[in-house]
Structure formats: structure tokens, C-alpha cells
Design a binder for this molecule. Structure first.
Ligand SMILES: Nc1ncnc2c1ncn2[C@@H]1O[C@H](COP(=O)(O)OP(=O)(O)O)[C@@H](O)[C@H]1O
Ligand SMILES: Cc1ncc(COP(=O)(O)O)c(C=O)c1O
Length: 309
């Protein structure tokens, strides 16, 4: 199974032996990986499951949603309504046990309560072979999202230690490491050395592979810094599109996992995700009210499908 190979190499696709690679590529197109996507569902404004389901499906994955909350819209819109689903999740997931659900990856993002972190740990225990991808959605640009309590942030920080692949932005990395957020981090402009230090600290807490997102130095580029069990530390740059949108973090993480599940190396997957997100931001700008509504990517799903070509 693809994920067993990725996990036993401990490298999320990188530095596999030729034999492992051959098996992996032979499986492409034949095997449909199954992903538990543990995110919220938003009625309006693309993010979370509204992104994960189409993007991962286009890459040939069977997405099994585990909704952490139901939102009328994402929280950048005023007057949003949220229904926290914590109370139903144990029954929801127990029912899977009775029907032999098989999961290759557990991908979590926006959570509704601290108890949901224990529920995710239960999913890890039920599917011990699954790849654990934690997008620790909590905060951005120095601000914690309005539904995130200190308890939920602390629980998410613990969950980050279990991740095979962890994808924080700088604010989330600060929360995970228990460091001050905001000005102390110099905004999004940090040096290579500082990025290295942060990633090393996240790896030291237990994450196996880390993508630190969204470093901006005012030079027309946006940088992601990456380090893994066997990849060393490297940087991936993209042209900076001069606005920020809701949902781009979810699109990036979903595209990254899509590429990994399609057998790409971690290095190729971060390039793919960065480019797709960049292109989606350009597509978004053609849509009415795009800065409120958030990211649009639907015309680009063919690019995701081309991962399988
Ligand atoms: N303005 C932008 N221009 C180009 N790429 C972007 C831009 N904003 C985000 N991205 C890409 O999407 C990734 C994740 O986006 P971001 O919104 O920063 O995540 P999060 O929501 O987790 O903070 C970035 O690391 C980058 O690769
Ligand atoms: C309900 C909800 N889900 C998910 C997100 C995550 O969005 P992003 O991809 O920008 O991190 C947000 C951000 O505001 C949100 O409000």
C-alpha cells in the first residue's frame, strides 16, 4: 500500500528506493487511496472540506469527510453561524468500525473544539498505518481565528507532534512552540536562519516532515520552507500575488496531499501546491467579491487531475 511505503521510509515519498518507486508508480491509476478529511464544512466561501473534497478527488483519492463543524460561511464574513459537531463524532466514527472502512491518510484542518483532538487520536489508533497530515489551522497574520479557544490551540499544538506532515503558517508555528506571536516574529518577514530554527523546533517536538508557509520579504516572492526526515532543509519560492485570500491555506495543504497521494516526492508536491495556489489566486481575482469570498480554483481541477497522467 502506498502509505505504508511512505511511512516506513519515513520520508513522505522522498528518497524511496527504485524498487519502492516502481511499486508506487505501478499502483497509480489502479489503487484509489482513501483519505479521512477532518475539517469543517462551509456553506459559502471556499475553504476546508469545500476545497479538500474536490481537490483530492481530482487527484484520484476517495475522500471520506469527517465534519468538525458546519458553518454558514467562513469566519471572515460577518454574522456567520457555526454548529460544532463534537457531540456526534464518536458515534459517526464508531459506525465506520462496523463496516470495515479502510483509511490510508488522516488529514485534519479546522477543528471545532479541543475534544476533537482526542477524537483524531482515536482515528489514528483505529488506522495505525495511515499517513497523519496535520494542517494546524488556528490563526493567520498574528491573529487567532475567532472560534479558537486557548484549550483548542493547546490541543492542536499537541497534535502537531504526531504529524507525519505538518503545515503551519508562522503564527501557527509560534502557537505550537509556545512562542509570542505578532510583532515578536517580525510579521511574515523572517530570515532563512529563523525559518530553520522554527522548523528544527517543530521537528524536535515530533513532526516528521514540516512545511512552514507564507514567508514574505517584500521582494515580490512568497516562500515556503520545508524539511523532512530525509530531505534536509530547502526553500520553495513563488511569485507573490499582491492580496491574501481565505481558503488558500486549505487549498495549499489539499494540493500538497493530492500530489503526495499521486506518488510525487515531497519536493515535487510543495512545488505543485505552491504553483496551484498561486494560479488559483489569479483565477479568484476574476470573480465578483473575491476578496471576501476567498479562493476559487474550480477551473484548475484539470491541473490536479494531471498529477495522475
Ligand atoms: N499572495 C500569495 N501569492 C502567492 N502565493 C500565495 C499567496 N498567499 C498564499 N500563497 C500560497 O499558499 C500557501 C498557503 O497560504 P496561506 O494563506 O499563507 O496559508 P494559511 O491560510 O495557512 O496562512 C502559501 O505558503 C503560498 O505558497
Ligand atoms: C470556517 C473556516 N474554516 C477554515 C478556514 C481556514 O482558511 P485558510 O485556508 O485561509 O486557513 C477559515 C478561515 O477563516 C474558516 O473561517
Amino acid at each position: 500500500m502506498i502509505i505504508e511505503m511512505l511511512k516506513t521510509t519515513g520520508k513522505v515519498g522522498l528518497s524511496m528506493s527504485k524498487a519502492e518507486e516502481t511499486v508506487l508508480y505501478e499502483r497509480q491509476g489502479a489503487y484509489i487511496p482513501r483519505i479521512a478529511a477532518i475539517h469543517d464544512l462551509c456553506g459559502y466561501g471556499k475553504c476546508s472540506l469545500g476545497v479538500a473534497i474536490p481537490v483530492l478527488s481530482a487527484a484520484g483519492c476517495d475522500v471520506c469527510p469527517v465534519p468538525t463543524g458546519l458553518f454558514s460561511s467562513h469566519t471572515a464574513f460577518p454574522g456567520w453561524y457555526m454548529h460544532d459537531t463534537t457531540d456526534i463524532l464518536n458515534d459517526y466514527l464508531d459506525a465506520w468500525k462496523g463496516i470495515g472502512v479502510d483509511i490510508d491518510a488522516v488529514y485534519s484542518g479546522f477543528l471545532g473544539s479541543a475534544e476533537q483532538v482526542d477524537i483524531i487520536r482515536g482515528v489514528y489508533a483505529s488506522y495505525p498505518g495511515a499517513l497523519k497530515v496535520v494542517d494546524p489551522v488556528m490563526a493567520d497574520h498574528g491573529k487567532v481565528y475567532p472560534t479558537y479557544t486557548p484549550d483548542l490551540c493547546a490541543a492542536m499544538a499537541d497534535l502537531a507532534s504526531d504529524a507525519d506532515l505538518l503545515t503551519p503558517n508562522l503564527t501557527e508555528a509560534a502557537i505550537i512552540l509556545g512562542e509570542p506571536i505578532g510583532d515578536a516574529w517580525g510579521g511574515e518577514n523572517i530570515s532563512d536562519d529563523e525559518a530553520h530554527r522554527i522548523i528544527d523546533a517543530l521537528l524536535a517536538r515530533g513532526a516528521k516532515n514540516v512545511v512552514l508557509k507564507g514567508i514574505q520579504r517584500g521582494d515580490g516572492l512568497i516562500r515556503n520552507f520545508v524539511a523532512g526526515a530525509d530531505t534536509g532543509f530547502f526553500e520553495v519560492k513563488n511569485e507573490f500575488v499582491p492580496y491574501m485570500l481565505h481558503g488558500t491555506g486549505d487549498l495549499y495543504a489539499s494540493a500538497l496531499l493530492a500530489a503526495i497521494m499521486a506518488g510525487r516526492t515531497l519536493a515535487d508536491a510543495v512545488s505543485f501546491a505552491g504553483l496551484l495556489t498561486h494560479d488559483a489566486m489569479l483565477v479568484s481575482a476574476q470573480q465578483p467579491d473575491f476578496q471576501n469570498r476567498g479562493v476559487s480554483f474550480e477551473p484548475l481541477l484539470g491541473k490536479v487531475a494531471s498529477l495522475l497522467a
